[in-house]
Design a protein around this ligand. Structure first.
Ligand code: HEC
Length: 221
C-alpha cells in the first residue's frame, strides 16, 4: 500500500483519538467517535441525504442522557416537550378521522424513505413493528404498548363527539410528534418528520378510534 493512501485511511482515526490521548475516553467521547465514523462512512443517495445524521436538540439531549446512563432532568424534559408540542399541526380541514381499512394498510407497511424510494412515494407507518394493534395480525413488535381496543378502552363510542375530542386530539398529537408528550420517546415523529401525510394520519386515526375498526372490535384479553 502506498504511503499517502495509508495516511488518508488512518487520518480519521488519529483525529478521533486525539481529544482523549491523555485520559481514558469517556462515554461522550465514544459517542462522538461513533458519530464521526457514521459521517465518514455514509453517503447521500437519492432522498436519503446526510442531514439525517444531524441530531436535533431533542435527539441530542436524549442521547447525551442515555450515554451518561441518566434520566433527563424534569426541566429539560419539559422544555423539549414544550418545543416539540409547537410542531404539531392540526388537520387542515378540521377532520381527524379517515378510513380504518386504509389505516391498517399504512400501519402494516414499513416501506419508505430509503435511497431507492422516490420523494413522492407514500411511506408506511410501520406501527405493527412496535405495537400489537389487531388480533388478526400475530406478527408485531412489543417496544410500544398494545393498542388493542385503543378507542374502546378510552370510552370512545363516537370519535366525532365533543366528549371524544381530548383523546382524538391527543392521538393526533402523538402520531404527529410523540416527543411532545414524552421527551425521549422512541416512537417516530410521523407527522413532524413528514413520514406520513395528514391524509394517512387520518386513516391511522380511524384504525385506532373508529368503533367499526377491528382494533375496537376485539374481545378483551
Ligand atoms: C419504533 C417503535 C414505534 C413505532 C414504529 C411506532 N410506535 Fe407508537 N409508541 C412506541 C412507544 C415506545 C410508545 C410508548 C412511549 C411513548 O408514549 O412515547 C408508543 C406509544 C404510542 C401511542 C400512545 C399510547 C397511549 O396509551 O398513550 C400511540 C397511540 C401509538 N404509539 C401509536 C402508534 C402508531 C399509530 C404508529 C404507526 C404510525 C406507531 N405508534 C409507531 C413505539 C413505536
Amino acid at each position: 500500500m502506498n504511503k499517502s493512501l495509508l495516511l488518508a485511511l488512518s487520518a480519521p482515526f488519529v483525529l478521533l483519538a486525539l481529544p482523549s490521548c491523555s485520559v481514558q475516553p469517556t462515554a461522550a467521547d465514544y459517542d462522538r467517535m461513533a458519530q464521526e465514523m457514521m459521517k465518514n462512512s455514509f453517503v447521500a443517495r437519492g432522498i436519503a441525504t446526510m442531514d439525517r445524521l444531524n441530531p436535533d436538540q431533542a435527539n441530542d439531549l436524549c442521547a447525551q442522557a442515555e450515554v451518561a446512563g441518566q434520566q433527563l432532568d424534569d426541566k429539560t424534559a419539559q422544555a423539549i416537550q414544550a418545543a416539540q408540542m409547537k410542531t404539531i399541526v392540526p388537520p387542515a380541514d378540521g377532520r381527524f378521522l379517515g378510513d380504518w381499512r386504509e389505516g391498517e394498510l399504512i400501519a402494516q407497511s414499513g416501506r419508505g424513505l430509503t435511497w431507492t424510494d422516490v420523494a413522492t412515494a407514500a411511506s408506511g407507518g410501520n406501527c405493527f413493528n412496535c405495537h400489537q394493534i389487531t388480533k388478526a395480525e400475530i406478527s408485531f413488535g412489543t417496544l410500544g404498548p398494545s393498542l388493542l381496543n385503543y378507542g374502546r378502552l378510552r370510552g370512545v363510542t363516537d370519535p366525532n363527539s365533543p366528549e371524544a375530542r381530548p383523546i382524538v386530539e391527543y392521538t393526533w398529537g402523538k402520531l404527529s410528534n410523540p416527543r411532545a408528550y414524552n421527551a425521549c420517546s422512541q416512537m417516530p415523529r410521523a407527522g413532524h418528520k413528514g413520514i406520513l401525510t395528514q391524509d394517512q394520519m387520518r386513516h391511522v386515526m380511524a384504525l385506532l378510534l373508529d368503533p367499526e375498526s377491528p382494533v375496537n372490535r376485539e374481545v378483551a384479553n
